[in-house]
Every structure is written in structure tokens, then in C-alpha cells.
Ligand binder design. Structure first.
Ligand SMILES: Nc1ncnc2c1ncn2[C@@H]1O[C@H](COP(=O)(O)OP(=O)(O)OP(=O)(O)O)[C@@H](O)[C@H]1O
Ligand SMILES: [Mg+2]
Length: 321
């Protein structure tokens, strides 16, 4: 099967800044790829090159087998793109703007009518169709941007921060919309919201200083976190010392992190980190059952994407994962 997106060696320099440095990856139908990285990492620049809005200095982007450089019209027909900030013509209404985009996309007849109807319904724009876009709230502007991206029902979607600036309800709706389309499309989204990666992405790619520094499923990445399989025990302040002694004595516990300032419920907590690749939850449960120490809560940590993100983007991590 042809990869829906095939990127190889994409490179872009702006004067002295090497914004994107030989980025290569491919994405297949059914994948939702989360594009992560600090501000200025090169996410938007990569997306502009993938979608043919910016010409790369080197490298190529192929969409459903069509080369963006040699056959841009065929490649662009297969893509819906939500640019950063979702720009649109402010004095137009969503209705007139979407009709304009439908014409620009060359949609006619039943396909045009169906495309408009579906895009408006999926983006929940029915109630603001005739209001100038510049008077819409940020969330609705973003939905107009999403509607224009999906209007021609493309197999590939490239969405640059689709939930940026949305309230929690709208974030939820946009995520749901992406999830609903995921099986039949190939989707790349950039985001700064790491919980979004767990919520909707089947794969995450982290870039820093224009290079890919990590690539894997959210679970793969979480396992790289020092918190992977760590166990946090919440207890009473008077039991803290004994709890620490008990956890420290367990053979598979490597280190402890102690929070001895009581929280709003008057509780303190200890996180036990396992020796490499060990599961410590059973050992800890067994040890706690044999004693009288109070346990208010006990959780096994899956790993924290935030730590992994910091680890791979703050270190001078320029080795491809
Ligand atoms: N048109 C341009 N002219 C000059 N420099 C640019 C231009 N566009 C981007 N850059 C630079 O390229 C680098 C990558 O920018 P880019 O917008 O791709 O980052 P990003 O990962 O999308 O960041 P953010 O998370 O803030 O959106 C930055 O250093 C930016 O200043
Ligand atoms: Mg950006």
C-alpha cells in the first residue's frame, strides 16, 4: 500500500536559521500523528512544506503517491490543511467563505452540495453561517478553518494546532471530530497539549531544532519516562517516616521521591521508582498488607509524556530516535 504521506529529507533554511533539517517520515491511512516540539522547533514550517505552501530547500513531500513538486495539483487535491492561526477572510461569512473554497477546490453539483453540508455539520457551524467571520469567537473561527480543510473530503489532513485557544468543551468536540474521521483518513496534528496526544494520536513525533528526536506510539514514549511503572503512595504525615523506611527496604525499588508538605486533604506522598524494567506494584502491595500503615491512595504511573518531551527537547538531543 502506498503511504498516504511520504516525506524525505525535507529541509528549510531562513537566513541563518535552519528551521527544518532533513526531516523524513511516512504516515499511513488510519494513523493520527501528533507533531510535537517546543516553540520554534519547525512544526509549522514542516507542515507548510508537506502541504506545498512553502517550497523546501531540499527533500520531497509525496501525498498518496503524488509528488508535491512535480504534480502539485494532484497532491493538493488529496490534502486538507488548517494553517496555524486558521486564517480566513474576516469580512466573509462562513457560508460565503466555504462556497468560495468549494469553487477554488473545483467542486460542482452534488459533490459541492454534499461537501458543504458535511463540513458545516461536522464543524457545527449551522448557527453562525451568516455572521462575518471577523465577529466570530476564536473557537468558531477555528471551526471555519476546520470546515474548509475537510470540505473536499480529502484522504489526508494536516492540522496545525487545531485546538489552540479553544475552551475545554470545544477542545473535546474538535478531538471527537478528529477521532470520528481517523479510520478513513491519514491525519497529522501539531499540538502543545500533551494530553491531546494520549486522547487522539496513534503515534507521536517530537521535533526539536528542526530534527526528529523521538517517534513512537504515546505508550512507547511514556515508557521512556522515569515515572513509567513508578508507584505513588498517599499516606498520613505521621506515617511518612515508616512508609519511607518500608519502601526503601524493597529490593526492586531504586529511589524515592518524597513530598512531605501536606496537600489540601492533609496527606503526604511518596513515589517509588523501580530498578530498571521492574514492576514494583506487587512487592509494594504485599509489603503494605503486612503492616498497619495508613494508605489513602496508591497509583501505578504509566509514565509522563511531559518528562519525555523535556528530556528529548532540552538535552542537545540531535540524534534521531
Ligand atoms: N518566514 C519566516 N522567515 C524567517 N524565519 C522563519 C519564518 N518562518 C519560520 N521561521 C523560523 O523558523 C523556525 C521554525 O518556526 P516554526 O513556525 O516552524 O516553529 P513551530 O514549531 O511551528 O513553533 P510554534 O510551536 O511556536 O508554532 C523559527 O525559528 C522561526 O522563527
Ligand atoms: Mg507553529
Amino acid at each position: 500500500m502506498t503511504n498516504a504521506i511520504e516525506i524525505s529529507g525535507l529541509t528549510k533554511r531562513f537566513g541563518p536559521i535552519l528551521a527544518v533539517d532533513h526531516v523524513s517520515f511516512s504516515v499511513t491511512q488510519g494513523e493520527v500523528l501528533g507533531f510535537l516540539g517546543p516553540n520554534g522547533a519547525g512544526k509549522s514550517t514542516s507542515m507548510k512544506m508537506i502541504t506545498g505552501f512553502l517550497r523546501p530547500d531540499a527533500g520531497r513531500s509525496q501525498i498518496c503517491g503524488h509528488d508535491m513538486d512535480s504534480d502539485p495539483l494532484a497532491a493538493k487535491r488529496k490534502i486538507g490543511y488548517l494553517p496555524e492561526g486558521a486564517p480566513a477572510y474576516g469580512d466573509m461569512t462562513p457560508a460565503s467563505y466555504l462556497k468560495f473554497i468549494a469553487d477554488a477546490r473545483g467542486l460542482t453539483g452534488a459533490k459541492r452540495a454534499q461537501g458543504l453540508e458535511d463540513a458545516i455539520a461536522r464543524s457545527h457551524l449551522e448557527h453562525v453561517l451568516y455572521q462575518p467571520i471577523e465577529t466570530l469567537s476564536k473557537g468558531f473561527k477555528r471551526r471555519v478553518g476546520l470546515a474548509q480543510a475537510i470540505l473536499h473530503n480529502p484522504p489526508v489532513l494536516v492540522l496545525d494546532e487545531p485546538t489552540d485557544g479553544l475552551d475545554p468543551n470545544q477542545k473535546h468536540e474538535v478531538r471527537q471530530m478528529i477521532r470520528d474521521m481517523a479510520a478513513e483518513k491519514c491525519i497529522i496534528i501539531s499540538t502543545h497539549i500533551l494530553e491531546e496526544v494520549n486522547a487522539i494520536c496513534s503515534r507521536a513525533l517530537i521535533i526539536a531544532k528542526g530534527k526528529i528526536v523521538a517517534d513512537g506510539t504515546p505508550h512507547d514514549l511514556e515508557t521512556r519516562s522515569p515515572y513509567h511503572n513508578a508507584v505513588t503512595v498517599v499516606t498520613a504525615p505521621q506515617a511518612l517516616e515508616d512508609m519511607v523506611a518500608l519502601l526503601k527496604a524493597l529490593p526492586d525499588v531504586a529511589t524515592l521521591d518524597i513530598e512531605d508538605q501536606p496537600d489540601s486533604h492533609g496527606c503526604v506522598k511518596v513515589t517509588a521508582f523501580p530498578q530498571e524494567d521492574r514492576m514494583i506494584i506487587n512487592q509494594i502491595s504485599a509489603a503494605l498488607q503486612g503492616c498497619e500503615l495508613p494508605v489513602r491512595e496508591m497509583t501505578v504511573e504509566r509514565g509522563r509524556l511531559e518528562d519525555v518531551f523535556r528530556q528529548v527537547t532540552l538535552s542537545d538531543a540531535h540524534n534521531a530516535a
